[in-house]
Design a protein around this ligand. Structure first.
Ligand code: GBH
Length: 483
């Protein structure tokens, strides 16, 4: 741990690089036998995506993955986190459905290209693009029994195909988003919600908690498969990636706002992390949700508890939290509170970006890393996403976009905050993947919001141009990593 006067730094073997996700970058949605995912379907519904777009072409990484790897190489990245399109590998998704060798070949080519360039692959098995056929066949996550078996099969196929070369596996990206945004808010595929103006289907008071439960069980089951069948010979590690924003009380003198902060963290992070590290759901969720929150059978919790070799942490922003005095609404998913970007005295949590939810607050990163580390017994942490959009970036000319000083400052602030957590707070953070290697399909925001350190010219054949942040991030790490 840091001694007085010590400078914030990162350890010698610290791993850094960039992250992307299949549906956001690959394109080629109909090529070489790929099946549809729930995002292909969702994008076709008018009004769901801000600019009416989809991942149809995206960054065309299915054809340009060598350019992506060259970009990584050029900026000195040590690692690359990408995800698998399940329906590219198993077009209909299920355990008895045909496997698409061409889909596997694509990922093998990508892995080989990375390794040839000394870049370590980190694979996310699932980043939101569920095969549509599984949704149609039995309701996807809502049918726990069927779903867990199909996810296990898919995971096994991937461990078998790539496990000799890939040593870091992530079962899920942000299950909170699949559950809450997909089954309560309805902002993400498949768009279920209780709001009948948005969708005739859905029950936001019950479905998200079932979805989360299925995901947790399937995560645990896939980890068991990895540990029993693959890890002994392949020697890799596996974990889940959870999102979480930092929280500050809206009124710092109000004990109820301070308590609401803790509830907010529990409803977003501990929902998944408590079962994995402690063997049960948080008490605050049990209290508010009652029997709408599923319970674990002893077989289920045996799968889930202890199922992380590392904690994957996605982090972007912070909120002020204001408690509510009223009884929680049945569809409330955050612990009965309001999130605000300014506090009681009108102070903003951070500057505005293109994303209404994202206002940079680097000290919150240090505090949240410590909160996770303390609550979960000092797990190994890989930061698997961190990054920002810029207000109005998409309205600028290409030359202006390349000068993304705001993003450089964001990375400077956040990466330094992480180094402070490492140096002074005794946390075991070992890696960091910036979001994102390049501008890409930003889900419901379409292409209007850019998160890349590389400008992608969607009108000019998906050509890539590194922004200033692509060059500066390496300098930030070189200054912090011990030689
Ligand atoms: C990540 O999620 C995703 O993993 C990645 O695919 C995505 O491109 C990246 O962020 C940038 O958005 O609208 O108020 O309900 C980040 C975590 C959590 C951020 C949910 C948006 C919605 C807030 N996300 N949040 S709100």
């Amino acid at each position: 741990m840091g001694s007085a006067g010590e400078k914030a730094h990162l350890p010698k073997d610290f791993l850094w690089g960039f992250a992307t996700a299949s549906y956001q970058i690959e394109g080629a949605i109909k090529e070489d036998g790929r099946g549809e995912s729930i995002w292909d379907t969702f994008c076709r519904i008018p009004g769901k995506i801000a600019d009416g777009s989809s991942g149809e072409t995206a960054c065309d990484s299915y054809h340009r993955y060598k350019e992506d790897v060259a970009l990584l190489k050029q900026v000195g990245a040590m690692a690359y986190r990408f995800s698998i399109s399940w329906s590219r590998v198993i077009p209909l998704g299920g355990r008895e459905d045909p496997i698409n060798e061409k889909g596997i070949q694509y990922y093998e080519n990508l892995v080989d290209e990375l390794l040839a360039n000394d870049i370590e692959p980190m694979i996310t098995l699932f980043h939101w693009d569920l095969p549509q056929a599984l949704h149609d066949r039995y309701g996807g996550f809502l049918n726990q029994e069927e779903y867990v078996k199909d996810y296990c099969h898919f995971s096994r196929v991937m461990f078998k195909a790539l496990g000799s070369k890939v040593k870091k596996w992530i079962t899920y990206n942000e299950p909170w988003c699949s559950s809450i945004l997909g089954y309560n808010v309805g902002q993400f595929a498949p768009g279920h919600t209780s709001d009948r103006k948005k969708n005739p289907i859905g029950d936001g008071s019950r479905e998200p908690w079932k979805v989360g439960h299925s995901i947790l069980i399937s995560h645990g089951a896939a980890v068991k498969i990895y540990r029993e069948e693959f890890k002994p010979s392949q020697g890799g590690t596996i974990g889940i990636t959870l999102n979480g924003d930092w929280v500050e009380p809206w009124d710092e003198t109000d004990q109820k706002d301070i308590e609401a902060c803790e509830r907010k963290l529990e409803f977003s992070i501990s929902w998944f992390a408590d079962p994995i590290y402690k063997g049960h759901y948080p008490e605050s969720m049990r209290k508010q949700l009652g029997d709408r929150l599923p319970t674990f059978t002893s077989d289920e919790i045996a799968l889930v508890q202890g199922s992380n070799d590392f904690y994957g942490m996605n982090h972007y922003t912070a909120d002020y939290i204001k408690h509510l005095d009223s009884e929680p609404e049945p569809d409330n998913f955050n612990g009965n509170l309001e999130t605000h970007k300014t506090n009681k005295s009108g102070h903003a949590i951070g500057p505005e970006t293109q994303s209404p939810w994202l206002c940079p607050n680097p000290p919150g990163f240090r505090k949240l890393i410590k909160w996770i580390s303390d609550r979960y017994g000092r797990p190994t942490i890989y930061v698997t996403e961190n990054g920002t959009s810029l207000k109005g970036e998409n309205d600028k000319t290409k030359d202006e976009i390349l000068e993304d000083d705001f993003r450089v400052e964001y990375f400077q602030g956040y990466i330094t905050a992480m180094a402070e957590a490492f140096t002074f707070d005794n946390v075991d953070v070992r890696g960091y993947m910036a979001w994102s290697l390049m501008d890409n399909f930003e889900w419901a925001e379409g292409y209007e919001t850019r998160f890349g350190v590389t400008f992608v010219d969607y009108e000019g054949g998906q050509k890539r141009y590194p922004k200033k942040s692509a060059k500066e991030i390496g300098n930030i790490f070189r200054n912090l990593i011990e030689s």
